[in-house]
Ligand binder design. Structure first.
Ligand code: NDP
Ligand code: GDR
Length: 341
């Protein structure tokens, strides 16, 4: 019988790539979607017609219990979150509820539905749980590159909420013997990335300038450095973690760091433009507390899971710029557009 997966955050970037990957692997895929008229659900359905939808919200414990009872999943991937770091200062309590407490509610739903009690041992019939942890938990880093043992010093309410979810996942593994793991993923991008994140903001900005639809691009801190990879590569690591022999946490990234300035240079040059003529820095886009640099040490994932990223930085930036040039040339609106590349 086909394995059954339940994905929260199915309407997001990672949810779409993970669903595609699991469908290719022969899974029956269910997505948890919230809201009574969420336009992102119809966009998702157009791309992923084989995904079945179950209603639920990470803020609503009962809805998660009902979803797990209905779907009877073998694997649960908890990707749902408020994921935009600046928003976590504006709505800190909501971020704690969705991104932090949402993990507790999902773990409880699984525990209650599978009748797991304290001290139970890991059984083969158990529901396996993946938590989308983040490199933002490292925040102000104590060492570079960061691995699974690097201390956390989160620098935003988002990072703090993710650290809660991370420790809670570890705690449910230790308390109840659940197969519950966290992937500590570094930034990963794609043409399906939300337009508020810097890579997509830049690729859309370049496309607008190239097509004569804009004359400048306003950005915040150009000196921040990140380890950027391709989302399609990273969702494969999530699946490998849940199919591993033992439940363990893994750092996932490329091991290479670039600055926002280098990202901008690469994106403008992919369209044959000189970035210095168009980019304007804007103090209002700086964050109350910045994460200056993040760089993964993905050795454990390479050795134990056989996972390696395939798409390099320049290739990723070029494919995002090309995709946005195509989208805008065809009259698409990234905020309204109901199709996904
Ligand atoms: P997106 O922002 O694209 O997607 C977030 C998803 O969460 C959306 O599907 C959204 O659904 C859903 N969601 C928001 N609030 C709720 C709620 N109350 N109940 C249920 N679902 C909700 O994120 P990504 O796909 O980029 O990231 C996936 C996960 O991985 C997130 O948890 C993120 O924090 C984490 N992560 C991402 C990294 C990255 O670089 N992309 C790196 C490390 C971690 P809706 O359409 O209803 O708003
Ligand atoms: P991040 O991603 O905060 O790392 O979180 P984002 O793309 O928002 O920022 C990356 C860096 O770019 C700098 N920056 C700007 N960022 C945005 N969004 N807009 C700008 O105009 C701009 N100018 C400079 C930021 O200051 C920052 O240093 C992402 C999310 O996907 C999280 O959910 C995830 O957990 C982490 O990656 C790993």
């Amino acid at each position: 019988m086909a394995r059954r997966a339940l994905i929260t955050g199915i309407t997001g970037q990672d949810g779409s790539y993970l669903a595609e990957h699991l469908l290719e692997q022969g899974y029956e895929v269910w997505g948890l979607a919230r809201g009574q008229a969420n336009p992102r659900v119809s966009r998702m359905r157009k791309l992923l017609s084989d995904v079945q939808v179950v209603r639920g919200d990470l803020l609503d414990q009962g809805s998660l219990i009902s979803a797990v009872e209905r779907v009877q999943p073998d694997e649960v991937y908890n990707l749902g979150a408020i994921s935009f770091v600046p928003m976590s200062w504006e709505q800190a309590e909501l971020t704690a509820e969705v991104t932090g407490m949402g993990v507790l509610r999902m773990l409880e739903a699984i525990r209650v539905c599978s009748g797991v009690s304290r001290g139970a041992s890991t059984g083969s019939g158990q529901i396996r749980f993946y938590q989308a942890s983040s490199s933002e938990m490292f925040g102000q880093v104590s060492e570079t590159p960061q691995n699974e043992r690097t201390a956390f010093h989160p620098r935003s309410p988002y990072g703090v909420a993710k650290a809660y979810g991370h420790f809670l996942t570890q705690n449910y593994r230790e308390s109840y013997g659940m197969f519950a793991v966290s992937g500590i993923l570094f930034n990963h991008e794609s043409p399906r990335r939300g337009a508020e994140f810097v890579t997509r903001k830049v690729s859309l900005g370049v496309a607008r300038i190239k097509l004569g639809l804009a004359t400048e691009l306003r950005l915040g801190n150009l000196e921040a450095r990140r380890d950027w990879g391709f989302a399609g590569d990273y969702v494969k690591a999530m699946h490998l973690m849940l199919r591993a022999g033992a439940p363990e946490d893994y750092v996932i990234g490329t091991g290479r760091m670039k600055s926002v300035r280098e990202l901008v240079e690469a994106a403008f040059s992919a369209a044959g433009l000189d970035w210095e003529r168009y980019v304007v820095t804007d103090q209002t886009l700086h964050r109350p507390a910045e994460v200056d640099l993040l760089c993964a040490d993905p050795k454990k994932a390479r050795v134990q899971l056989g996972w390696e990223p395939k798409v390099a930085f320049d290739e990723l930036v070029a494919l995002m710029v090309e995709s946005d040039l195509r989208l805008l040339s065809n009259g698409g609106d990234p905020d309204q557009d109901s199709s996904w590349p």
